[in-house]
Write a new protein. Structure first.
Length: 273
């Protein structure tokens, strides 16, 4: 798993580059999902960067679309577009806008941003595969704060009703959202019992352990008759000391001094891998 850890570290460094260059963005929740994205894009999903619209490809929907820095970073490092283009994040001349745009960005399967909508579209993709006899799988990434949205649970009912066992949803359980701890804002827990009640197969993992990520994804592929949700317990701001478990970094960009510290932190992590 060392190669995946190195990829995830590259993704995190690119996330910091993006938000620092733009002087805006959402680093905290982007850093927390880097390991899962590295696993999906570099080991699991059937994709071809040279043919991003292959009708038989696996799909990924970033339902928490504000974490686009992570999405763009993994796509760039996977070869969908030049890594150098990440420096243009959120600039008016760039195709890498604050929320993913499927029409303008290679590799983006769903334009997202409004919370709750991505998982609904992922359900539609999975049902389309069932109806057309396609074997592709659909993956979606939600934020734990996002599960406060009613539309998420409408989608959960839909997925269970249509037995979308080709759909795997991740919930990034970092415990924080823009206004603070999720437990203090509305408190969407317990996710496991809620998804079970809605008819899903429920798994729980450490979001930063590649062995656990792999085991959960494989279990989801083998499970028949129900969609699977993987509750991924993560650290918001993972890898950057002053961002970890700090809600202030949900949607803030580092200044020059903080940028240097963040990159030094990530270089230290890389040296230890």
């Amino acid at each position: 798993m060392r190669s995946l850890a190195l990829v995830a570290n590259d993704i995190r460094m690119s996330i910091i580059d993006e938000v620092h260059s733009a002087k805006s963005g959402h680093p905290g929740g982007s850093l927390s999902i880097a390991d899962i994205l590295a696993y999906l894009y570099f080991k699991e999903m059937k994709i071809d960067p040279k043919n991003p619209r292959d009708p038989d490809r696996d799909r990924f929907v970033l339902s928490k679309g504000h974490c686009s820095p992570a999405m763009y970073a993994v796509l760039a490092h996977r070869g969908y577009f030049p890594v150098e283009d990440l420096k243009g994040f959120r600039s008016t001349a760039s195709y890498l806008q604050g929320h993913p745009d499927m029409k303008g960005t290679p590799g983006v399967d769903m334009s997202s941003g409004s919370l709750g909508q991505g998982i609904s579209v992922a359900c539609g993709m999975a049902l389309a595969a069932k109806l057309t006899g396609k074997s592709y799988r659909v993956y979606a990434m939600l934020g734990d704060g996002e599960t406060e949205e009613g539309e998420v649970w409408e989608a959960a009912m839909f997925a269970a009703h249509y037995k979308l066992d080709n759909l795997t949803a991740f919930v990034d359980l970092n415990g924080l959202q823009i206004d603070g701890a999720t437990a203090d804002v509305i408190g969407p827990e317990p996710h496991d019992k809620k998804f079970e009640a809605f008819g899903w197969n429920v798994l729980s993992i450490d979001a930063h352990d590649f062995t656990q990520i792999e085991a959960a994804v494989n279990t989801a592929k083998e499970y028949k008759g129900k969609p699977t949700v993987i509750l991924a317990h993560s650290t918001k701001g993972k890898g950057v000391s002053f961002m970890e478990n700090n809600a202030a970094w949900h949607g803030s960009a580092p200044n020059d001094e903080q940028y240097e510290q963040a990159m030094n932190d990530l270089k230290a992590v890389r040296a230890a891998i």
